[in-house]
Write a protein that binds this ligand. Structure first.
Ligand code: BGP
Length: 467
């Protein structure tokens, strides 16, 4: 089994996790800047210093056969407050970055929002607030017109995780817990904003392609013979995948999905969710115009019914076995014995990715798929040869790419794969010791060292053969 010649072998990044330089060149405050300070969290500076070292990272792409790079624009480098005055230095920076990537044959796929809402806007309700949605839309329009050298755009990165972690698990700013109503409003607000941006892109005949990147992981019943387990898995799927896929590719929410989401809301004492009719009109128009779907997938999940009080413990330290999630009206997540897992309790299950690719391929408006994030977080150190023998990562990537090939053989249209992450960077709620990159970053010296997986990927990208 071989990859086609035009398959993209890419690496993924996100502005806030790699750029550093959070106070440089007029950048405005991001919600995380304040959240990390207030919670004694991680220092986002210097991260991987990508703001200054992007040329070196792109040179590494060239050396290692990586012909695509996912980057995001930091909203507050363009509009420091999120709206109003434009920061020319930020605009200049991204022109230079895109130019360098394109000149070197490393095609940028640019995300407009990757978890980095401007501080004031996040404080004022993030995407639950119409005003914030409109500021995002203005920022997006500006970027689509200004950066005409970019031909691959994604509106959002992971609408579900961004919403659930802000308002249910409380691991992302503003750190609220069990606010199911805000979570659903945020999801809907982002899906609506996505639709407006797609319609603007198409109405104005902007060159290139535009899509959306969703976190799409498979949810299964812990006990297939127990109907309450089956229903619990379906409820989680409805809120985590159903809303997002249906809005993106059908322009509305299915009745069954809404019933399940409303069950979750009502069980937690919140009002039912009634989507606004005019929002749906916008989504209806956009759903046929989306050029690609980005799938982010790392793991899969098993559920049983749960009716007790809400309880969530995030394993942010990489101490295996400490994760626990029991969400009222949704499910209790159970990690089945016998399946491999990472130190952060993420089950490794490539079949979950296969099932998801085949499922999304059934949406007739889902024309093309990229795997925009997949990878394995490991605690790593440089060895005496200044490299990392990351065979675990190679196996992980290989097993996931195998199911991509199998899905394509069975009729899917996956056209690229971006490893999370291109080089090591910090993780939002797990810090600097969760490394994902092809390139080891020494965060003290900011030197890059290719890991064994980088050499393996180079060979794959040259031969197109999975070995
Ligand atoms: C995705 C995000 C990425 C990245 C990745 C790994 O949800 O889009 O930004 O962080 O997950 O997750 P983590 O950093 O929690 O290990």
């Amino acid at each position: 089994m071989k990859f086609s010649n035009d398959f993209i072998f890419g690496g993924a990044t996100a502005a806030y996790q790699c750029e550093g330089a959070t106070k440089e060149d007029g950048k405005g405050l991001v919600c995380w800047d304040v959240y990390y300070k207030e919670t004694d969290g991680y220092n986002p500076d210097p991260a991987s210093d990508f703001y200054h070292k992007y040329k070196e990272d792109i040179d590494n792409c060239v050396k290692f056969g990586i012909n695509g790079i996912r980057v995001s624009i930091a909203w507050t480098r363009i509009f420091p407050k999120g709206y109003g005055e434009i920061n020319e230095l930020g605009v200049k920076h991204y022109h230079e970055l895109f130019k360098y990537a394109i000149e070197n044959g490393v095609e940028p796929l640019v995300t407009l929002h990757h978890f980095d809402t401007p501080y004031e806007l996040n404080k004022n309700g993030d995407f639950t607030n119409k005003e914030v949605q409109n500021y995002f839309i203005e920022y997006a329009k500006f970027c689509l017109n200004e950066f005409s050298e970019v031909t691959h755009w994604a509106t959002f990165n992971e609408i579900w995780p961004w919403s659930v972690n802000q308002y249910i698990t409380g691991t992302f700013p503003p750190g609220e817990k069990y606010q199911y109503n805000k979570t659903v409003e945020c999801i809907h607000g982002m899906l609506y904003s996505h639709a407006v941006v797609v319609n603007y892109f198409k109405d104005n005949n902007i060159e290139g392609e535009i899509g959306v990147i969703h976190s799409l992981e498979s949810h299964y019943p812990y006990d297939e013979d127990d109907p309450s387990s089956v229903e619990a898995a379906k409820r989680v799927d409805a809120i985590a995948n159903g809303l997002e896929l249906e809005a993106s590719f059908e322009g509305s929410y299915r009745e069954k999905t809404l019933t399940r989401v409303n069950y979750i809301l009502e069980t937690n004492g919140f009002e039912r969710f009634e989507p606004d009719y005019s929002d749906l009109q916008e989504m209806k128009k956009a759903c046929k115009r989306v050029d690609f779907l980005g799938i982010n997938s790392y793991s899969a999940h098993w559920h049983k019914n749960y009716e007790g009080e809400n309880y969530h413990h995030h394993n942010g330290t990489g101490d295996r076995g400490t994760f626990k999630s029991a969400l009222k009206g949704m499910s209790e997540e159970i990690k089945p014995e016998g399946l491999p897992r990472t130190d952060w309790d993420w089950i490794i299950y490539p079949q979950g990715l296969y099932d998801m690719i085949m499922r999304v391929s059934e949406y007739k408006n889902c024309k093309k798929i990229y795997i925009t994030e997949n990878g394995m977080g490991i605690k790593e150190e440089l060895n005496e040869n200044n490299t990392v023998e990351d065979d675990q990562r190679i196996d992980y990537v290989k097993d996931h790419l195998e199911v991509v090939l199998k899905a394509n053989e069975n009729g899917a249209n996956v056209r690229g794969y971006y490893l999370w992450s291109l080089m090591d960077m910090f993780s939002w709620s797990n810090g600097y010791n969760k490394r994902y990159g092809f390139f080891f970053v020494d965060f003290d010296t900011q030197k890059r060292y290719p890991k064994k997986s980088a050499y393996w990927f180079k060979n794959l990208s040259e031969t197109k053969e999975l070995k």
